[in-house]
Design a protein around this ligand. Sequence first.
Ligand code: UFG
Length: 343
Amino acid sequence: MSVLITGGAGFIGSHTCVELLQAGEEIVVVDNFVNSKPAAVEAVKTITGKDFPFYEVDLLDEEGLERVFSENQIDCVIHFAGLKAVGESVQQPLRYYHNNLTGSLILCRVMERHGCKRMVFSSSATVYGNPHTVPITEDFPLSTTNPYGSTKLMLERIFGDLCVPDPEWSVTLLRYFNPIGAHESGLIGEDPNGIPNNLMPYICQVAAGKLDHLNVFGNDYPTHDGTGVRDYIHVVDLAKGHCNAVRYARQHTGCDAINLGTGKGYSVLDIVHAFETATGVKVPYEIAPRRAGDIPTCYADPSKAKRVLGWEAKYGLEDMCRSAWNYIQKKQEREGKERRSED
Ligand code: UFG
């Protein structure tokens, strides 16, 4: 039996493929490369020394998905595929709703047709909106502030509803906090197109000299240094959490939401300083106005993940910074070599 990973070429998806293969799972990967590259699939094979079926299929292509399920024995799906840029989702709401919701509905329909009723879903702490207090437990009220977040919350509800009439369905909603870092090989990591929206990729581009300085969005929040506080989690820790979630999904039915975070909150300036200490590279920054929609503080109570999945985060902040920077440096070396061989 195989685990199907939708969006398996993406940042979290590719790291999860590595951890699943190393845990002895068979995998099948689907990706449409809208926000990822074929090189990530090759890198997963290089890191693990293992091969697996890959399909360049969009979830909106029901016939394509049919073929994936007909040609493989799939007992569980980890569903990462989806558009994920908050600002873009505000500008292009229909595209986000259509892609994320319709694609997921088609996926569920094909799963049901093939008797595959186990889903681990890539949700987000964004479903907690602006939490009234921290740390955040899974029973906090849910709300969203942008179409991207709304698609995550709507999908949580849709997948939950599948479990109501059919006791065979098993749905694990994993609510991620802020994944950063990269695999130690430097072969996979976070590499957004254009100017990054998120903090760590932005810092890496400043460190690499591609951007002049970091804009720190607000220093007047009610936090220890005035800058926004988040729960940063190493993507490899997060990926390992998915292996535990697949094992859990095979033993349980019904719908369960679980936070994947460290339980520790760090400010933007904490991250800048940790990056400088871990890498020895300076990150010039300037204080800028608050970014619309940002909340002051967000960190997890991760105790349910420990209790239910037997999982907890192991890596510290400096590991996260060092590995993110290692990925960017290795990537620049690879691109330099490619350019030289073209000349
Ligand atoms: N920040 C800056 N400068 C930047 C980028 C970010 O100061 O150039 C700050 C933000 O204001 C925030 C912190 O760094 O305080 C983290 O910002 P990110 O954009 O990295 O992450 P967010 O917490 O805003 O959002 C992330 C994911 C979302 C997800 C959310 C869940 O990007 O997809 O966590 O809480 F919904």
